[in-house]
Design a protein around this ligand. Sequence first.
Ligand code: ADP
Ligand code: MG
Length: 678
Amino acid sequence: MNIPVTVLKGVGKAAAESLAEMQIETIEDLIMTFPYRHEDFQLKDLADTPHNERVTVEGRVEAEPSVLFLGKKKSRTQVRLLVGRHLIKAVFFNQPYVRNKLAIGSVATITGKWDRGRQVITVTSHTLGPRTDGQDFEPVYSLKGAIQQRTFRKLMRQALDMAKEGMEDCLPQRYLDEYQLVSVADALEWVHFPPDGEALKKARRRFVYEELLLFQLKMQVLKKRNREAEGGSRIDYNNDELRRFIASLPFELTGAQKRAVNEICRDLKDPYRMNRLLQGDVGSGKTVVAAIAVFAGFTAGMQSALMAPTEILAEQHASTIEEWFRPFGLNIALLTGSIKGSKRKVLQQQLAAGEIDLLIGTHALIQPEVKFKNLGLVITDEQHRFGVDQRRVLRDKGYNPDTLFMTATPIPRTLAISAFGEMDISVIDEMPAGRKEIQTFWTKKELFGKVIGRMEQELQAGRQAYVICPLIEESDKLDYQNAVELYGQLSEVFRNKYKVGLMHGRLHPDEKEEVMRLFSIGEISVLVSTTVVEVGVNVPNATFMLIYDAERFGLAQLHQLRGRVGRGSEQSYCVLLADPKTEDGKERMSSMTETNDGFVLAEKDLKLRGPGDFFGRKQSGIPEFRMADLVHDYRALEIARKDAENLVNSDEFWTGDETACLRTHLESSGVLTAERLD
Ligand code: ADP
Ligand code: MG
């Protein structure tokens, strides 16, 4: 199949150029170019065909055709056909020659638009003679250059006939049997030229599974490599001490937290390198799970690092964790960009001497001059803000620590095992008990005044509020509320009563920190902000959140924003101010009022926006599939993942004949040969 396409009949210079433009060079490239749809030529009953629908029927010519010439090249040919019980008219435009082919009593198959009222089909394509088998579906390809669908189909036919000889099936027979999948030869034939709708479905089913299996194999091989990479270490923590620490916490762990702790502890203890994603909705209590992991490392004499995306978050983590650790004599240090000079020097010396057990900070943690004595565990909060590169920096400094990534973005499982398929995943899917559900309302923008009145009641009770809007400043392109103007308005409304603060991404980092600090100590009562407050800020006294132009935001983002309130013991509220125009927009708003469960919303978001947009950016780590669809094929994905996992962990996969073809695939995608994996 590695034969160049130029051996095919009818591939001249122009066709070869078009094919090259589509990256089709070999017969294999060609047959793996799937049609994006099929034109449906199945025979239909006219009685069931709605007005103006495209339809294919077979009929007998009942009367001499008549031709009307309408100008130089224009004509209209009309013929009466008996289709089942219907006597209809077929109209052909600009094809006067058909008259000679449509003798009375002959049979023709025609396709075209059905005018139910006038009982006329305007023909777009036709074949003479009765319908024969295998003509129900015609493939339509996405083509480039000058090549025509017809030519391309002919090449495809030739290529398939050539390739059929000795085609090897990559899927082991037992999977074909178990899932009743068709052979690769049938699947290829049918994906292009299906004899009927059923065959097309079967072909799709096979390719979906194959594609997902290969993808998951890649992930599982990476995972295995990563685990077995050199330098993994066994952290022999002291279980009794760890228990004492957990018992000393001011609350009982939730079941989900316990499960995550156990999974992490198992990773710490085994000789492999941990590479785990800890997912949990906002407020589900990830920090304490991280602290427990750090404590475990401490009992084994290991240092840990905790990286946060902002200084504020780093400080918040430091102060909470410090409180938990106080009775146990751990040394915690905070390293941020604002710690400079001799203070920084001292800190670095202590770190290198192993006197600091936990270093918390921002990116500053991975600067070249920061050296640990015995770094065993690295935790990053809000993992997608830290890239692979930063992890590599640590590795290149000679550390090969266990790593834990925490994210508060609930990621639907199908996406999680795709985008993070090479990692182990722990999910905290349970909220601590006694937490009051945030009450969410959706109102029209014209009720802004009323909403502000309601907000003031909260302020009077001594609590604080967030007001979020999409833009920083007025824009002539977008008609949305902007923070600067709203800040001005609210400052006026609350003059001499409550202090209003302004926060957005264009402020200097120092200004941002200062505003956040004032808000967190309660000096500022109302914080007008863009979405920069999205990540992690914890001000438990804030009980009211107003999101202006809420239809502008995706569900995942709205949920993240809402998570800034409801962090204390008081009842919290979230008001969405929105006049959505689309059905999607309306659905998003009602979804928000219906559930507080981030995973439910994430699944909704995935369905509404599709996998490509879920992370709101390109390069989400999710591959483009030829056939599979992560939303619809989630069951196949789960199955493929299990199978891939079992395969990779079996000796037979690495040596057996049946899996040789799969191994070759992995090799050609570079997975089996890559030296260093991340
Ligand atoms: P997140 O997962 O968003 O990082 P945090 O770790 O900040 O959540 O936890 C949110 C709040 O819940 C914190 O005040 C924390 O102390 C508290 N918390 C965590 N776990 C529990 C628990 N099991 N029971 C009660 N409160 C808890
Ligand atoms: Mg957190």
